[in-house]
Design a protein around this ligand. Structure first.
Ligand code: NAD
Length: 256
């Protein structure tokens, strides 16, 4: 998909990667970029900002209805909003936070697909871009709920990709490692274990996303080494688990 003349929606578009995507889509000539977020400060210049809690199906459905009313179609829906709750030790888990993470990192993508697909299918084309994470394929040793929900979100994205391809729908999963945003700053200034391969900018992520959309590739890796790590994990799963244990000890107080 080329962005020129397109109508795009970006959730979590008032900060970090979402704001970077929105700015880049405008530079690529998108006709309208709607950002949807809990907060509206930080909406990039030139975007149309709507308040929306993506963890609520009614609010996502209302967002889609409003964009369809204002712009007649949605060419590209980017489910980008996400949350990360630090915590590796299930003995101390707060499952109300796990439930929040599940609702934002997984259900929001399902709500968006349910609301946006009918219009896209009626037109015979549409694109769903899901901001997932390298943790969808690998893991974040600092956060069990993040690893779990991002894996689930990949399963959903795959399911959407193979189910709706015959209706003209394309799906991509954007899978960065550490990116310089408030989310990473909250975890650790160096990006914690995900930062070992460098903390890249939101502009780098947006450039990779636009290239991946142009090629209509399912997996988009702003950090190219993730492809190799994923292949090694699949080939040597037990060895990979040993490496993750060592990484967890290094980046958490896992010896407790
Ligand atoms: N920063 C990284 O290193 C990194 C790496 C891999 C993947 N990601 C993913 O990228 C996406 C964006 O993260 P970011 O780093 O830009 O974080 P961020 O905290 O800068 O931005 C996230 C945005 O999502 C919004 N949001 C959170 N909950 C919401 C809700 N319920 N409804 C609507 N909006 C909500 C926040 O208000 C915020 O504006 C997330 O899905 C995250 O998991 C980030």
């Amino acid at each position: 998909m080329q962005l020129k003349g397109r109508i795009a929606v970006v959730t979590g578009g008032c900060s970090g990667i979402g704001a970077g995507l929105a700015r880049r889509f405008l530079l690529e000539g998108a006709k309208a970029v709607v950002v949807a977020d809990l907060r509206l400060d930080g909406a990039p210049a030139g975007t149309l900002a709507h308040r929306c809690d993506v963890s609520r199906e009614d609010e996502v459905a209302a967002l889609v209805a409003r964009v369809l009313r204002d712009h007649e179609r949605i060419d590209l829906f980017c489910s980008n909003a996400g949350v990360l709750t630090p915590g590796w030790d299930l003995r101390e888990a707060d499952f109300s936070l796990w439930q929040r993470d599940w609702n934002v990192n997984v259900m929001a993508h399902a709500y968006a697909a349910k609301a946006a697909l009918p219009g896209m299918i009626a037109r015979g084309e549409g694109y769903l871009l899901q901001t997932l994470s390298a943790a969808s394929l690998l893991a974040t040793p600092e956060s069990a709920s993040y690893t779990t929900t991002k894996h689930a979100a990949l399963g959903l994205a795959e399911s959407l990709a193979f189910t709706y391809a015959r209706f003209g729908i394309r799906v991509s999963a954007l899978c960065p490692m550490a990116v310089r945003t408030p989310m990473v700053d909250d975890l650790d200034a160096g990006g914690a274990s995900a930062g070992l391969d460098g903390v890249i900018s939101v502009e780098d992520v947006a450039a990779a996303a636009v290239e991946g959309l142009r090629d209509e590739r399912f997996l988009i890796f702003p950090h190219p080494m993730v492809r190799d790590y994923y292949a090694k994990k699949a080939a040597h799963h037990d060895k990979w688990l040993q490496r993750m244990a060592a990484l967890q000890e290094r980046f958490t107080d896992a010896r407790r």
